[in-house]
Design a protein around this ligand. Structure first.
Ligand SMILES: *Cc1c(COP(=O)(O)O)cnc(C)c1O
Length: 576
């Protein structure tokens, strides 16, 4: 198709989404498909699962994000485990149609045009959802401005602020230009909070009706329209921009006194802004909501515990199994509550063996490491950053070797470090060092370039899913939920979702109670005395291991799914 007919095609495609009001979901990153690298990690995967579920449930939504044409990055690891970042550019034209509408925003006195792309998420049950990818790479823009939507979480503070302006302010203007009628706005993390400022401008009282000392803005009206999900349990993790920067880039977009009142006295705090302008605010697990309430006293922070998309995160062998024994599980994953009784043990085990074999082959292809199908695999994949403590398992190598001599196990690792997180990168090198030191005792593989495909292969092919974050930094965590859909129990520190998901010995196992320093020792004990003996059938009850697998499915997959999550957002947040 030539360019004009592609634009015409987009216009027709778009028409199908304009007939009724939609929930506008704003997110800096979104994991749409494995070959669209517009995500860095869990936040993006959650956004993707949100839209996929909205498609399945035919909940009317529109997602707004940046095109991130340069992608995040592709990870290459050298023999010492040093991370090298290869560019991961993608071509929006391959997966989206160009939009005819344009809008603009003025930065430092210069107008920046914002165009966009329409990507349609096709649910596997006929539902469809539009995703608008904002793009400043237009010939009419200054060369610097053309790059503004290229690098996900890239470059310096000014660049980041401009990106957040394009997302929040530009995104809102773009929806209007396209003819969307948004009934509610949902900010996935604080990055998009500037949309609320643009709403303030839209709902400003006419000047002649504003008495001295009164706010010129209809703040209650804006609050009625906004919902905010916070994801960061540490104060330092929240985006802040100096008012010097804000003024230089945007000028006085809203009255400066009002801005300081809403976003913080000393600097523009994106989380404060979102908190003050959203009627509905939530954290992503019960524990995380509690932590957020302590961090932001005076705000009503509710809890909607995250979930994962059932179809997306279930391996082919388990999809087949559920199709047969729990029909319509994809639409009503709560039906999996019956899985423990209505699926034969042997069928669960066979489905697992198939997924495990697929992981073993993938590991062999990617790393040359040979894993044994009869030996349990511990899987651990996360963003390589200090608080996730991916090295906790290796705290005492002699101890680990001793456990393996008794009952053997093997390990598969994966994860990227943010390009500027030097500590995170060193963690990968440390893990490589441990792998090397253990090479004669424990088979260990590190799968490079952790992405959605690798994640599914790992959460379904491992026998135990390991998670060892430092509480309370894991807001939710979702990979353990994905594991549950594949009958893989978690062995995890009690933080984030696992506080709600763990029933000891039934859905998996807790590491320690809430104690910190003893976590490594608690991990070794649980592995040595509980998990491995159960796997090898030393309890004298051959069905015991499969019973835990089924516990993970029936107790956790039935609950920690994005269908339950979205039904809650719909009923409790979106319907006012
Ligand atoms: C699920 C997923 C994550 C998030 O996993 P956590 O358990 O929250 O750390 C990150 N990256 C990818 C590619 C994923 O699929």
């Amino acid at each position: 198709m030539d360019a004009p007919s592609r634009v015409a095609a987009a216009a027709t495609e778009l028409d199908a989404f304009l007939h009724a009001p939609r929930i506008a979901y704003f997110t800096m990153e979104i994991a749409l498909r494995n070959d669209i690298p517009t995500y860095a990690g869990g936040l993006g995967v959650l956004a993707g699962d949100t839209i996929r579920t909205a498609a399945d449930l035919e909940l009317l939504m529109v997602a707004v994000t940046l095109a991130s044409r340069a992608g995040y990055f592709r990870q290459r690891l050298d023999e010492n485990g040093r991370q090298h970042e290869d560019p991961a550019p993608w071509d929006p034209a391959a997966h989206a149609t160009p939009l005819a509408a344009k809008t603009s925003i003025t930065f430092e006195g210069r107008r920046v045009w914002i165009g966009g792309w329409l990507h349609v998420v096709q649910g596997h049950m006929n539902g469809r959802q539009p995703v608008i990818l904002l793009d400043t790479d237009l010939p009419e823009n200054h060369p610097d401005d053309r790059l503004l939507t290229h690098y996900l979480y890239g470059r310096d503070e000014t660049y980041r602020f401009k990106q957040e302006c394009v997302l929040g302010i530009g995104g809102l203007r773009m929806l209007q230009a396209l003819g969307f009628d948004a009934s509610q706005y949902h900010m996935n993390e604080g990055h998009s909070a500037l949309l609320a400022l643009e709403l303030l401008r839209r709902y400003a009282h006419p000047r002649e009706f504003v008495r001295p000392g009164e706010s010129p803005y209809d703040i209650p009206r804006v609050r009625e329209l906004c919902n905010f999900t916070t994801h960061t349990p540490v104060e330092a993790g929240h985006d802040r921009f100096s008012y010097e920067l804000v003024g230089r880039v945007l000028g006085d977009i809203v009255d400066p006194a009002t801005l300081r009142l809403l976003a913080g006295e000393d600097s523009l705090n994106m989380t404060r802004l979102a908190l003050n302008l959203s009627e509905y605010v939530n954290g992503v697990a019960k524990r995380h909501a509690e932590v957020s309430r302590t961090m932001f006293p005076g705000y009503r922070v509710r809890a909607v515990t995250n979930g994962v998309h059932p179809f997306m995160w279930t391996a082919p062998s388990f999809r087949k199994l559920y199709d047969r024994y729990v029909p319509s599980w994809c639409h009503e994953p709560e039906l999996l509550v019956r899985a423990d009784c209505c699926i034969p043990d042997a069928a669960v085990w066979e489905a697992h063996v198939e997924a495990k074999q697929a992981l073993i082959e993938r590991v062999q292809r990617a790393t040359g490491v040979t894993l044994h199908p009869k030996v349990p695999i511990l899987g651990l994949a996360r963003r390589m950053t200090a608080y996730k403590r991916p090295d906790l398992l290796f705290a005492d190598l002699e101890r680990l070797k001793g456990i393996a001599r008794n009952r053997s196990f093997q390990i598969v690792l994966a994860g990227k470090a943010h390009p500027r997180d030097e500590d995170g990168k060193r963690l990968i090198e440390t893990l490589y060092g441990h792998m090397h030191a253990l090479r004669d005792s424990i088979p260990i593989a590190y799968l490079p370039d952790y992405d959605m495909d690798t994640a599914l292969a790992m959460v379904s092919g491992a026998d135990v899913w390991l998670n060892t974050p430092l509480p309370p930094y894991e807001a939710s965590g979702t990979s353990g939920m994905k594991a549950a859909f594949n009958g893989v129990p978690s062995l995890s520190v009690l933080d984030g979702w696992w506080v709600e998901g763990c029933i000891e010995g039934v859905t998996g196992w807790a590491i320690g109670d809430d104690g910190r320093e003893h976590d490594a020792e608690a991990l070794y004990q649980k592995l040595d005395q509980t998990v491995l003996p159960l796997y090898y059938g030393y309890s004298g009850d051959p069905g015991a291991w499969v019973r835990v697998m089924k516990g993970a499915i029936s107790k956790n997959a039935s609950y920690f799914n994005s269908h339950r999550m979205m039904r809650r957002y719909a009923a409790e947040a979106y319907i006012r």
